[in-house]
Design a protein around this ligand. Structure first.
Ligand SMILES: Nc1ncnc2c1ncn2[C@@H]1O[C@H](COP(=O)(O)OP(=O)(O)OP(=O)(O)O)[C@@H](O)[C@H]1O
Ligand SMILES: [Mg+2]
Length: 460
């Protein structure tokens, strides 16, 4: 148990006890175990030592003359709220020790002290603290990874609006062309909302076949229909306390629209074949790349559902309408892609960035990101200049290219295919480089394992 699981080589421990004998014995044992130990004979000394030595953990006797253990604990939690504190209790102070956990003590150990128990408790507390730190770090990293970048006033406004609506429970409808960042915004809102500790569950309305959507959404009970061998939790239920992201809502059938509307009205639902009411406790964020007014007037979308979803509309403008974001995003994507490829940091020349900013980007941010990844892999230099930027992004033939709406659909399909193949190859090679460790490979690519397996699916 000497090293290994501890976060630092020599975690430091502060022992606070008024009995000199206990201080000395504990100090000897813990020093033998490889800890750095300081001691304090009372609460005052403990607080002084804390500010000077910044220990990783405190062992704190409950009964001490002067300020007792509980008062000292409260003060410690005020100065160093993250510091794990383990209480030492004598006979008859176990109740007090239990109440100490309410004031933030991690655990308590009883006198007479068992050496094994002391060491195990200390290691548990240190591990717990390390896991907490790791969680915080991962959360922060996730937020960074999902941050909405750009410097245009449109993006500033998006960020401000996201921050404003996140704490509320209102339904949000995010509108914008393909690849503008609708899903990214939905994730950001979820992550800064009070539901962030619960799941964000995505329903891709365009991708789930009509005959499956009901079971996907509502789940079913065992025996609900032939083949229902086990109970299955639907997406609505999985989103409990969290956020339900209805992606591409414009593609949802009228029948499913009716069902969703009913859930929103009644605020509850049942599994298929079940009779227990399940509370619909989720926040809805929907997205669409369609013009919903047109969809409503042509009878494809229910107006009543639209009004329920569109409580807070968020419009994401196409990239060509916020050109000042293009160089900023290109540089961020280049930085991340060279990191992911383990390449030395590559840079764009100013001219190259200027050229990218002039392009029309029918596929918006996604298209820009894909191009930058491609350039990163192809490039053998540290600088990407205008000559490195391929057609049509370099402006050549751009006069012959139709605008986004009229883009030749065969060309765009070919491009899409090529990109998918490219991504899949890239992912496969990365997994090989990571000796088959898909978790590591996904992390190094900055994507989820789910996404990675999707990419591999394409290979089949
Ligand atoms: N402002 C931004 N800052 C950083 N990355 C962005 C930004 N906008 C979009 N992206 C990235 O571009 C890609 C496409 O974004 P996203 O999937 O959110 O778009 P979408 O609008 O949902 O697209 P679609 O309509 O095709 O589903 C993602 O990789 C996303 O992280
Ligand atoms: Mg999307």
């Amino acid at each position: 148990m000497k090293n290994g699981i501890r976060s630092k080589m020599f975690p430091s421990i502060l022992i606070v006890d008024d009995e000199a004998y206990i201080r000395k014995t504990l100090k000897d044992i813990l020093t033998d175990e490889g800890f750095e130990v300081t001691t304090a004979a009372n609460g005052y000394e403990a607080l002084k030592s804390l500010e000077k030595n910044h220990p990783d953990l405190a062992l704190l006797d409950i009964w001490m003359p002067g300020i007792d253990g509980i008062e000292t604990l409260k003060e410690i939690k005020r100065i160093a709220p993250e510091l794990p504190v383990v209480m030492i209790t004598g006979h008859g102070t176990v109740d007090t020790a239990v109440s100490a956990t309410k004031f933030g003590a991690y655990d308590f150990i009883e006198k007479p002290l068992s050496i094994d128990k002391v060491i195990i408790t200390i290691n548990n507390a240190l591990n717990f603290r390390r896991i907490e730190e790791e969680n915080k770090y991962l959360k922060r990293k996730n937020l960074e990874k999902n941050s909405i970048s750009g410097k245009s006033s449109a993006v500033n406004e998006l960020r401000m609006n996201a921050a404003k609506v996140a704490p509320t429970d209102s339904s949000i409808l995010i509108k914008g062309e393909n690849g503008t960042g609708k899903e990214l915004i939905a994730r950001t809102i979820h992550q800064i909302s009070k539901r962030a500790d619960y799941p964000l569950v995505t329903v891709n309305c365009a991708a789930i076949p009509e005959e499956m959507i009901e079971t996907e959404l509502f789940g079913y009970e065992k025996g609900a229909f032939p083949g229902a061998k086990n109970r299955y939790k639907g997406k609505l239920e999985m989103a409990t306390h969290g956020t339900l992201f209805l992606d591409e809502i414009g593609d949802m059938s009228l029948k499913t629209q009716g069902k969703i509307l009913r859930v929103l009205e009644e605020k509850k639902f049942q599994r298929i074949g079940g009779n227990r009411e399940i509370e619909a406790d989720f926040r809805i964020i929907a997205s669409t790349n369609k013009n919903m007014e047109t969809e409503i007037s042509s009878g494809n979308f229910r107006e009543d559902l639209y009004y329920r979803l569109n409580v807070v509309p968020v419009e994401v403008p196409p990239l060509r309408d916020r050109k000042e974001d293009i160089p900023v995003l290109a540089e961020i994507f280049l930085y991340k892609a060279s990191e992911a490829c383990n390449k030395p940091q590559i840079q764009f020349t100013d001219k190259a960035l200027g050229l990218l900013a002039e392009y029309n980007w029918p596929g918006n941010v996604r298209e820009l990101k894909n191009l930058v990844e491609r350039l990163t892999i192809m490039s053998s230099k540290n600088l990407i200049d205008i000559d490195d930027i391929p057609v049509p992004y370099n402006g050549q033939k751009s006069s012959e290219l139709a605008p986004a709406e009229n883009m030749n659909s065969i060309d765009s399909e070919l491009l899409e295919d090529a990109l998918i193949r490219f991504e899949t190859d890239f992912a496969t090679r990365r997994i090989q480089a990571c000796a088959g460790d898909t978790k590591k490979a996904a992390a190094s690519l900055g994507i989820t394992e789910e996404r990675l397996s999707e990419l591999l699916e394409n290979k089949k």
